[in-house]
Design a protein around this ligand. Structure first.
Ligand code: GAP
Length: 581
C-alpha cells in the first residue's frame, strides 16, 4: 500500500514537472527520444541553483580548489589508458521471447509457483506475463514452435503458464540452476539452464548467455565517412579469403582506431590529463582540487525512473589531489563535507544516507567508495559516489603518455594543520617523490534535481472531496523562482510599483515573475506554491498610499507588510539565513 502511494505521488510529481515547465520529453513532437529529456524554464533554474551551490562551496569559498572545463570528445588513448575501453562494461542479456535487453545483476529471481508448497524444488508452474492477451497468445506460439518445442504450456488471460516437473536453484558455490519443463506428452522432462535471474517485466526464463557490453558512445573524428572505411576493409578481407568474423572485426577496428573518439563517460579523465598544466599554470601543489561540471554519456542498457538513469547526464566532479600519506584523512574529510552539502538543502534529512561499497561493487579504479543515497519512491538510489581512486589514474596516464605527473617535495610536510598525527603516515626520507592520490566526489546533477524534487514534493489535503494541493517545499536557495510579484487586481495603476519591485530583484540575479493575470490572489499564491516559489509580493491599494507591499511566505502562509524597497533585503537575509560561512 505504501509502495502504491509512493508510486502515485511520483506520477503526480512527474505530471507537475511536465505541466509547469521543469521537464519535457526530448523531441516529443517526433515521438520522443527514449531516455532523453529537455529541461524547461523552471528545470533549468533548479539545475543551475544546485550547480551554483556546489561550485560556490567547492571553488569560490576555498583557496585550494580551482575549476576546469575539458572537452567532451575524448581520444581513444586516454580512455584506453584509464581502463574504460576494456573495463567500463556491464553484463548484458537478451530475452529470446520478449526481445527485452537487461542487466542480469539488477534482474529479479524466477517467480515459481510450486504445486506442493513443502517441496519447492518439485513440480509447479512458471507464470510469464504478457502486456495483453493477444501478445500472450503470440508468445505461447513462439515458445511452442521455436523456443522450446514440446514443452507443456497453458494460457490464463495475459499469462502463459509453463509447466515444470522439477526446479533447481543455483547455489552460492557456482552450481548452475535448472528448470525441467514438463513435455506435452507427459513422458519426459525438457531441461533449461537457470542462472538465478529472469527478464524483469515478464518473468521469462528464455535468455541468451550474458556478455560484456561497453557503455561508451563511440564516434569518429574523420572527414571520411567511417562506413566507407568499414566497407573497404571488409571487402579487402573477403577478397583475401578471411571470413573469420572476429579477425575481420579486428581489422576494421584497426583501420578506424586513429579517428576513434568517445563521448566521455565521466568528466574526471579530462581533469587527470590536465593535472600537470593546472599545477604549473596555477602554481598549485597537493593537497588541492580541480572541480569540473559537465555532461557525460553512457549507453545504459536500462534507462529508468525518468531522469534517474539517462544516456546523457551532468556530473559535478571534484578530484582532490593529495600526498599518499594523507589519504585516509582526506577520504574521511570529503565524505563528511559532501554529506553535509546534501543535508543543507534537504527537507527530510532522514531520506539521505551514506553507504560504504562492498569490495565487489567498486569501480575498476577505486580502492574505497562511499555512496550518498536518497530514498526515492522506488527505494534507495545512488546520487553521488565519494571514491578513493588512489594514484590509479595518474599512474596509468604516466605509463601511457609522456606525462610528468610526479610531485617532488623537498620536505615531507603535514599539509593541513587540521590533520591529526595518527591520520597520516609521514615518510621519513626526504626529498619525497610521489604520484598524488586522488579523492573524488562525483555527483549526478540530474539525480540531485530529482532527489530534491521528490524531497520537496508535498500534497496537502484540501478536504471536501477536493483534489490535494501540491506544494514544492524546495530550499529557497534552490527554488527556480525566488519571488512572484502580484498586482492585486488587473488594474494598470498597480503595475509601475510591481515592475519596480521586480526590477530590483532581477538586478540581484534572482528569477522573478510578475503575475498580473485576472486570477484571485489566493489562486496565484497556490500556483507559485506548486513550483516552489518561496515568496510572493502583493501590490495593493495601501501600496499606492504608503509604498508598502505584503510579502507572503510559502511554507507558513504568513504575510508581512514592508516598504517595497526593503523586499530585496528581506529576501537576501532569508537566503543567507542557514548558509554556513
Ligand atoms: N567519476 C566517477 C564516476 O563517474 P559513477 O558512480 O559512475 O562515478 C557518479 O557516477 C554519479 O554520476 C552517480 O552517483 C550518479 O549520480 C551519476 N550518474 C552515473 N550514471 C548516470 C546515468 N546514466 N544517468 C544519470 N546519472 C548518472
Amino acid at each position: 500500500m505504501a509502495a502504491a502511494a509512493a508510486a502515485a505521488s511520483f506520477r503526480a510529481l512527474l505530471d507537475l514537472c511536465k505541466r509547469r515547465g521543469f521537464l519535457y520529453q526530448s523531441a516529443e513532437i517526433y515521438g520522443g527520444l527514449r531516455g532523453a529529456y529537455d529541461y524547461g524554464p523552471l528545470g533549468v533554474e533548479l539545475k543551475k541553483n544546485i550547480l551554483n551551490s556546489w561550485w560556490q562551496r567547492h571553488v569560490y569559498w576555498r583557496d585550494d580548489v580551482v575549476g576546469l572545463d575539458t572537452s567532451i570528445l575524448t581520444p581513444h588513448p586516454v580512455l584506453k589508458a584509464s581502463g574504460h575501453v576494456d573495463e567500463f562494461t556491464d553484463l548484458l542479456v537478451d530475452c529470446i521471447l520478449t526481445k527485452e535487453r537487461f542487466r542480469p545483476d539488477k534482474a529479479p529471481a524466477l517467480e515459481f509457483l510450486p504445486t506442493d508448497k513443502d517441496n519447492v524444488s518439485g513440480g509447479g508452474r512458471i507464470p510469464v506475463d504478457a502486456p495483453d492477451k493477444a501478445t500472450a497468445k503470440a508468445w505461447q506460439k513462439l515458445v511452442e514452435e521455436q523456443i522450446a518445442p514440446n514443452i507443456k504450456t497453458t494460457l490464463e488471460g495475459k499469462r502463459i503458464m509453463l509447466h515444470v516437473n522439477a526446479f533447481v536453484q543455483p547455489d552460492s558455490q557456482g552450481q548452475k540452476g535448472r528448470i525441467d519443463f514438463a513435455s506435452k506428452t507427459g513422458d519426459c522432462s525438457i531441461p533449461l539452464d537457470y542462472n538465478g535471474y529472469v527478464e524483469p517485466n515478464s518473468n521469462s526464463p528464455f535468455l541468451t548467455a550474458s556478455r560484456p557490453f561497453n557503455l561508451m558512445f563511440k564516434t569518429f573524428l574523420d572527414p571520411i565517412d567511417p562506413i566507407d572505411r568499414v566497407i573497404q576493409t571488409t571487402t579487402q578481407q573477403h577478397e583475401n579469403n578471411n571470413n573469420n568474423l572476429t579477425s575481420v572485426r579486428e581489422a576494421v577496428d584497426q583501420v578506424l582506431r586513429p579517428s576513434t573518439v568517445y563521448l566521455r563517460p565521466e568528466t574526471a579523465q579530462g581533469v587527470f590529463i590536465n593535472f600537470e598544466q593546472v599545477t604549473r599554470t596555477m602554481n598549485k601543489r597537493p593537497p588541492f582540487g580541480i572541480a569540473q561540471i559537465g555532461k557525460s554519456f553512457r549507453n545504459e542498457i536500462r534507462l529508468e525512473h525518468g531522469i534517474f538513469r539517462t544516456p546523457e547526464f551532468e556530473q559535478l566532479e571534484l578530484e582532490y589531489f593529495i600526498p599518499p600519506w594523507e589519504s585516509s584523512h582526506w577520504f574521511k574529510y570529503w565524505r563528511e563535507q559532501r554529506f553535509k552539502w546534501w543535508l543543507e538543502h534537504a527537507c527530510h534529512k532522514e531520506n539521505f544516507r551514506q553507504r560504504d561499497h562492498e569490495k565487489n561493487e567498486m569501480a575498476h579504479y577505486a580502492t574505497g567508495c562511499t555512496d550518498v543515497e536518497y530514498l526515492y519512491p522506488w527505494g534507495w538510489g545512488e546520487v553521488e559516489g565519494v571514491a578513493h581512486r588512489g594514484n590509479y589514474d595518474l599512474t596509468q596516464h604516466i605509463k601511457n603518455s609522456a606525462a610528468a605527473f610526479e610531485v617532488v617535495e623537498e620536505e615531507a610536510r603535514v599539509s593541513s594543520p587540521h590533520i591529526e598525527a595518527d591520520d597520516c603516515l609521514i615518510p621519513a626520507e626526504k626529498p619525497v617523490r610521489y604520484v598524488p592520490h586522488v579523492i573524488e566526489s562525483s555527483c549526478g546533477l540530474n539525480r540531485a534535481m530529482l532527489a530534491y524534487l521528490c524531497d520537496a514534493f508535498h500534497q496537502v489535503s484540501e478536504g471536501n472531496n477536493k483534489p490535494p494541493r501540491n506544494i514544492l517545499r524546495l530550499h529557497p536557495r534552490l527554488a527556480p523562482v525566488k519571488c512572484a510579484v502580484m498586482p492585486l487586481t488587473g488594474k494598470p495603476e498597480f503595475m509601475p510599483l510591481a515592475e519596480s519591485v521586480a526590477k530590483t530583484l532581477r538586478r540581484r540575479g534572482w528569477f522573478t515573475m510578475v503575475e498580473a493575470q485576472k486570477l484571485k490572489i489566493g489562486k496565484r499564491y497556490y500556483r507559485h506554491d506548486e513550483i516552489g516559489t518561496p515568496w510572493c509580493v502583493t501590490v495593493d491599494y495601501q501600496s499606492l498610499e504608503d509604498e508598502t507591499v505584503t510579502i507572503r511566505d510559502r511554507d507558513t502562509g504568513s504575510q508581512e507588510r514592508i516598504h517595497w524597497r526593503d523586499v530585496q533585503r528581506f529576501i537576501n537575509d532569508r537566503l543567507m539565513e542557514d548558509e554556513e560561512l
